[in-house]
Write a protein that binds this ligand. Structure first.
Ligand SMILES: [Zn+2]
Ligand SMILES: [Zn+2]
Length: 100
């Protein structure tokens, strides 16, 4: 399964295929369920750790303009796919990702 948007290899989640490069989601056939959103996926990853122990970096939050965010490095499952940095704003909690 390749992403119809950017052509990268997609990886399967329970109900959808998700592009690890651009975050595009393709619902699996016949599931009839609401697709998994990019925002939900990143939130689930960050819930795992205590955010007080996460490293912080100076980066501008695209939502509120705050200049600091926590970040974690997400290892993708396939070896040929790039690592993803996931940021969470220290002020408003907005979560977004950036590809290395
Ligand atoms: Zn894509
Ligand atoms: Zn923010």
């Amino acid at each position: 399964m390749f992403c119809p948007k950017c052509g990268s290899l997609m990886h399967p989640e329970e109900k959808a295929w998700i592009c690890t490069r651009c975050g595009h989601v393709v619902e699996k056939e016949g599931s009839g369920e609401v697709i998994v959103t990019k925002a939900k996926e990143t939130r689930d990853i960050l819930v795992v750790g205590d955010e007080e122990t996460l490293p912080r970096t100076r980066i501008r939050c695209p939502k509120c303009g705050n200049n600091e965010a926590y970040w974690v490095l997400r290892q993708t499952r396939a070896a040929d796919e790039p690592e993803t940095r996931i940021y969470r704003c220290t002020k408003c909690g907005h979560t977004w990702r950036e590809y290395a």
